[in-house]
Design a protein around this ligand. Sequence first.
Ligand SMILES: *Cc1c(COP(=O)(O)O)cnc(C)c1O
Length: 382
Amino acid sequence: MELQISNQYTRNDQRIHIYSQAFLNNLQAVRTLCKPETKICAVIKANGYGHGIREIVKILKQGPVDFFAVANVYEAAYILDIVGETKTLVLEPVHTYFGTDAVKLCAEKGIHCAAVDPEAIDFVYGCLKNTGLVLNVHVKVETGMGRCGIDAGKAAQLIKKIHTTENVSLAGVYTHFSTAAEKNMGYAEYQFHYFQKFLSSQSLLACKDVIIHASNSAAMLNMPQAHFDMVRCGIALYGWAEHPDLLKIKLQPAMKFEVPIVQINQYKKGQPIGYGRTFSAWRDTVGAIVPVGYADNYWRAYSNNAFMKVGDKFAQVIGRVSMDKTIIDVTDIADAKVGLYVTVIDNDAQSLCSVYRQAEMADTICHEVLTSLPARAARIIH
Ligand SMILES: *Cc1c(COP(=O)(O)O)cnc(C)c1O
């Protein structure tokens, strides 16, 4: 194991394998679901859904990506040197707390920003007047998500204001669905129609310079009528969906997380294992200790519940997951020995340690399992 003395560190004992070809295949699968002229915005916020944002940018740049969407200006700045010709869209609406430097940087580097607030437009003007710089903004319309969009009436005024303010240019108009991954598409349809009515009322649909977008991965898969000029795909590019049955196309999970066995323990029948004695060996048991725990977001909810993959066999977590350590039952796995890497999260949707399984066990969605991947784990790019 590699170790360097430094004030930053990478855990080389925790390996996150990133499969470039799987990403590019997923991107191509998305591409084939869309019309040729539809732009693709790859959503890489939250450190590339936990995979490692810079690694993901370098891979996806090789495919047909028109935009990268990030959560905030910090992420935009962090990938600035590697995005190349691909544009960046900051999903957090521009506001006065961005600070002058951030607004100038975005304008200078052609980074697009969401916009929902007339005051923020005045602020942008204040930051940029007499510089000759222009900030491209995408107005986010509230259609039923109830988060950070601006109501349709006010959005119309905001668009007028943008048109009449120097140093600000309308580059996009968009909305976001709150239920596109649900079986019942009624509410998503309602949002779609509401958005379309707004676009018609503003004569935006035929407007060549303004990119209209609405669809996340689920809507990209389920609502082709809502693709407009661009789709914003996150989870699908990483090879997952809210539900496996949502998938109409073949996606390949693009990440596998592994850690080595660091100790093998023999437990006598009846011996308690781990904090709280929540598990007692029901037979003479061989346990393998692996260096991953809830501090690495291998959640306590996985205690006595999750599986890891050892070779081609599955081993159950026994006892509580602790802060940095977890124990798995390898009694029936002869190959288990110190130094052998075991799979914590598999790149196989059917696996007992797939992201779907982990999400189910922790009562959450794939997005949260992925964004919880340990940031310090070594990334190995294939
Ligand atoms: C995160 C996000 C997306 C991507 O969602 P997925 O379900 O991962 O495809 C799209 N649009 C916006 C505004 C988002 O915040």
